[in-house]
Write a protein that binds this ligand. Structure first.
Ligand code: ATR
Length: 273
């Protein structure tokens, strides 16, 4: 029986066990996916004894993603760029690491809004945290002409722009509304709109009617931002699919079957949020 895990600290909020257990049942695989709370001080020991514990690999979440990047052998260019690993697997005695957040972001859009990157000119990205890095990487990979990056703390937007190069342009938070005309895709990567957080206050009226609006937040599934976009007749993609799609490469590596992000899986996870 193959064993995989999700490790974090704390870990109780993780929905990954629900996702992987569903796929294990669906594929009829005898395996397990376990939720493990490991303190930062104990993390290196945990990593170094994975094989002895009988694990084939697992997912890494907050606060261990950067430490996992340091401890694993990483040839994945995304993880090397983001300096963060969320997926680990053993190849013989070598522990390998990758970052699947970019794949998750892009695969969600590809599935829910096919052709979204057809003529990708301007993107507007709100937020400059960890999720924003993955979104910027993905948008650049798909050929975005320019990415305007607005963040409450301007310096963080500036730092990301410096990292990603001249196509990413930092912008004051208050300016986001003014650049919406001519924008092809608007992505929220801030926690605004999340249950318990204030809504994202942004007048979307300037967006072209062909624009796509997507949110990283998926609790609730329809954030105030997405509701507003929908009421204007704009295309929207919610954030749940990113969570589901980022789980695909790990499952495939550990259990040898490429799983599908189905409506049934979406419904199962939705029932839990
Ligand atoms: P993650 O790794 O999930 O992206 P993070 O690094 O904590 O999380 O980033 C959260 C993002 O939400 C940041 O861009 C943050 O803005 P700051 O860089 O100014 O902190 C943004 N954010 C959180 N609360 C916000 C608020 N009330 N108004 C505007 N932006 C907010």
């Amino acid at each position: 029986m193959k064993r995989a895990f999700v490790v974090g600290y704390p870990i109780s909020h993780s929905r990954s066990p629900l996702i992987h257990s569903f796929w294990l049942r669906e594929a009829g695989i005898e395996g397990s996916y376990e939720r493990l709370a490991v303190e930062p001080a104990a993390f290196p020991d945990f990593i170094n004894t994975l094989k002895q514990q009988g694990f084939v690999g697992g997912n890494v979440t907050v606060p261990h993603k950067e430490e996992a990047f340091r401890l694993a052998f990483v040839d994945d260019p995304v993880a090397r760029d983001l300096h963060a690993v969320n997926t680990l697997w053993l190849e013989g005695d070598t522990l390998k690491g990758a970052n699947t957040d970019v794949v998750g972001f892009l695969a969600n859009l590809d599935q829910e809004a096919p052709g979204w990157d057809g003529r990708l000119g301007r993107a507007v990205v709100l937020g400059a945290g960890g999720a924003s890095r993955a979104v910027l990487y993905g948008l650049l990979q798909r050929g975005a002409g320019e990415i305007l990056l607005a963040n409450r703390t301007f310096e963080r937007a500036q730092a990301l722009a410096t990292h990603f190069g001249p196509k990413v342009k930092p912008m004051a938070w208050e300016e986001a509304g003014a650049v919406l005309p001519g924008t092809d895709i608007l992505v929220n990567t801030t926690s605004l709109g999340m249950k318990g957080q204030p809504p994202l206050e942004l007048d979307l009226a300037g967006l072209p009617e062909t624009a796509l609006v997507t949110d990283i937040v998926y609790v609730p599934l329809e954030t105030p931002l997405l509701a507003k976009a929908r009421s204007l007749g704009l295309r929207t993609v919610d954030g749940l699919g990113m969570l589901l799609h980022q789980a695909v490469p790990g499952f495939e590596r550990w259990f040898g079957v490429r799983p599908v992000v189905s409506q049934e899986l979406r419904a199962l996870v939705l029932a839990d949020i």
